[in-house]
Design a protein around this ligand. Structure first.
Ligand SMILES: [Zn+2]
Length: 694
């Protein structure tokens, strides 16, 4: 069932409930004057409990057939139960929680609304076991937290359940028996992680991310890096052994999907990846535990949720038989090709970053010009800066990312910087960065572990990458300025590749699982490859880390700089290298190192720098060093260029930073009602405020 269909079913069901309420249900509590007219009854005490046949559609798989009214909540008839928000919740809980905790949570709830009836000595309800309730609460609590829903009051284990000594009934006993049979038949090759390989709307995406982070709260956290033009959260999830902050020497990587709103496979793969990392970690998968314990992985499944909404609506419309004549019969292959690519302001986000590549080309012959950490020119802020672009720029400046992948669609190839050609008029020209070897290896890592990207005979989507084995320099493929990868490279330490996942930008839902299989190993290998090259700490003589020190490699005209505590990472290929550490006010130190061909962890190269009096030696170098660092630090355009910000400072829409140590909050979202609220209110059921947290 696809999402819209599902929503329709929910809506229809809710509508059904309105009718039930208006026409059938006797009211428990009277409006003034109604009791006298016989419409209702305010004094229920007299009523005798009666056993009767179970007739509740959503509870028909309980292992007994007779229930009792009034039930444990005091509801006195089948109709009264059916018109309550409690029963409505049980009927939609499977969809709200995305299948998690099903059917356990429903069966537990049913056993309260429709308890087993014991005839002798007189009709009485048999309460369910408190131990079962507590076990379900332990296993499902995170799923409710994940969608910002409070634990339902009627599943209060203390109030509505009984102990074994009191004689309780276990509503999940038959379920457990069935599961045991199923597990004993399960072959070891079955996937151990339960992931739904379907498309996710923006609301579902947020819910999956939050639920995953809640389920794996010891290794995971969600945070917003800012908002889209239309105010949607750009929600990221991180995985690491100590989420919420940077750890000394632990490399950080990011995976970004859906920058082009109509290129949707990457967005889905990243949602599956997040769930996979969480479940496999919990199941004790050694490889995943090692990765998560030694790396900080940030995943932003959608950089352009506004564009996605447009693209998804377009694809949905083209699949609708009534609208079919307006659309091409080819279906998915052709639709989604352009609609939704840009953000809501019609800006192509992969052309919207500061064009530092041109600045580099103009100045590269000037002696001492630094090719790293090139500042953003002031003129950039006078153009249109998308809020998505701004959020990502702020993000990549605030976290010491080492490597990154941006997931796109429309081709099957990895491209790496530069994306902008060395010659203005050459649209296809090999334009390598100083880190060509490291970039090539990074691209190879993904392409070679992908099921078909590096194959010679794989049919491409028009272009041919056979000779290059599925990887290509971006500018040699086609040149464009203002891309995100060039910006990552020239403004920060981060090496970003662009992954083109396949010809079909919006594949059909059946393709999602096979695509996950094709890309899973590639994604894992890519993440693991950050532990390659060298890393270390640059300290002063007293043992304090030096922030912003440069690590240069002879022969590569691009330095990386140290993070807050003096730690650094540098992706490098095997061989002999001369590494130099330098910092303003300190003496330089060089080391010769040898990196073997096969490394499963990076070489550790630490430096201790001696303080020297600051003197104007090497005027050209230091001139550029100090002036460019000053400009680099000045980045905070929303303070300087208020007119580009959508939100006033302090308002919910104000861009928020991911925590380098602090708490990355969800900001002003608390005041709004959660997305599932209208399932309960649109049809007039008395609003279950008990489902709202806080
Ligand atoms: Zn793209």
């Amino acid at each position: 069932m696809d999402t819209t269909e599902y929503k329709t079913v929910l809506a229809v069901f809710t509508l059904f409930n309105v009718l039930v309420i208006c026409w059938c249900a006797p009211q428990r509590f009277c409006e003034p004057g109604h009791e006298a007219l016989g419409r209702c009854n305010n004094s229920p005490a007299e009523e005798k409990p009666v056993c009767s046949e179970m007739n509740l559609g959503y509870c028909n798989d309980l292992d007994y057939s007779r229930t009792i009214f009034p039930n444990i909540l005091g509801q006195r008839s089948r109709h009264e139960v059916e018109s309550g928000a409690e029963y409505l919740l049980l009927s939609v809980v499977h969809g709200l929680l995305n299948g998690e905790c099903s059917p356990d949570i429903r069966l537990l709830g049913c056993s309260v609304l429709a308890p087993r009836c014991q005839d002798l000595p007189s009709p009485a309800p048999v309460k369910s076991c408190r131990s079962t309730c507590e076990a379900v609460r332990k296993g499902c609590g995170h799923a409710f937290e994940g969608i910002d829903m409070a634990w339902p009051y009627f599943l209060d284990c203390d109030r509505f359940f009984a102990s074994e000594q009191e004689g309780c009934h276990d509503p999940l006993a038959p379920l457990r028996a069935r599961q045991e049979v199923a597990f004993s038949n399960l072959s070891p090759d079955e996937p151990s992680t339960i992931i739904q390989f379907t498309y996710h709307s923006n609301a579902q995406m947020y819910s999956v991310l939050k639920r995953t982070a809640a389920k794996c709260s010891h290794i995971s956290k969600t945070y917003s890096i800012g908002r889209s033009t239309e105010g949607k959260d750009l929600l990221a999830i991180e995985f690491t052994d100590n989420p919420g902050g940077h750890e000394l020497l632990e490399p950080e990587i990011k995976l970004v999907g859906n920058m082009h709103g109509n290129e949707v496979l990457g967005r889905q793969l990243l949602l599956y990846l997040a769930q996979y990392l969480c479940s496999e970690y919990l199941l004790g998968n050694q490889r995943i535990q090692t990765l998560v314990n030694t790396t900080r992985v940030h995943i932003l499944p959608s950089m352009n949720p506004d564009g996605y909404e447009l693209a998804a609506a377009e694809v949905e419309a083209s699949n609708d038989p009534e609208q079919q004549p307006h659309y091409n019969q080819e279906g998915h292959e052709l639709n989604g090709w352009t609609v939704g690519r840009t953000n809501a302001q019609n800006l192509d986000l992969n052309r919207n970053f500061p064009d530092l590549t041109s600045i580099l080309y103009r100045n590269r012959r000037i002696k001492g010009f630094r090719t790293d950490h090139i500042p953003i020119p002031d003129s950039y802020w006078f153009g249109k800066v998308a809020s998505e672009t701004y959020a990502v720029m702020k993000w990549i400046r605030s976290v010491p990312f080492v490597q990154s992948a941006s997931l796109h669609g429309g081709e099957l190839v990895i491209s790496y910087p530069f994306d902008f050609s060395r010659h203005l008029h050459e649209e296809r020209m090999f334009s390598p960065t100083p880190d060509e070897q490291a970039f090539k290896q990074l691209a190879r890592t993904y392409a070679d572990s992908h099921a078909s990207m590096a194959d010679n005979n794989t049919e491409r989507c028009g272009a041919s990458f056979i000779r290059s084995g599925g990887i290509i320099n971006g500018a040699l493929w086609y040149s464009f300025p203002g891309g995100m990868s060039d910006f990552n490279y020239l403004h920060t330490n981060c090496l970003e590749i662009t992954v083109e996942l396949g010809c079909d930008k919006f594949p059909s839902e059946e393709e999602l699982y096979p695509e996950w299989l094709r890309n899973k190993e590639a994604l894992l290998s890519f993440m693991e490859s950050v532990h390659r090259g060298i890393k270390g700490v640059v300290k002063d003589e007293e043992g304090y880390g030096i922030k912003g020190a440069s690590i240069s490699v002879r022969g590569i005209r691009k330095d990386v700089t140290t993070a807050e505590d003096g730690d650094y990472w540098r992706l490098m290929n095997s061989g002999t290298h001369i590494i130099t550490a330098s910092a303003k006010g300190y003496s330089k130190v060089s080391k010769r190192i040898y990196l073997p061909a096969h490394m499963d962890k990076p070489g550790r190269v630490d430096f201790v720098l001696k303080k020297v009096p600051v003197q104007p030696v090497g005027p050209d170098y230091h001139l550029f060093l100090s002036s460019s660092l000053d400009t680099y630090d000045r980045f905070d355009p929303y303070n300087q260029f208020q007119r580009y910000g959508r939100a006033e400072p302090g308002e919910p829409g104000e861009p928020r930073e991911p925590g380098m140590g602090g708490e990355p909050g969800m900001g002003g979202e608390r005041q709004e009602k959660p997305w599932w609220w209208n399932y309960f209110t649109q049809a007039g059921v008395s609003a279950p405020t008990w489902l709202l947290r806080n």
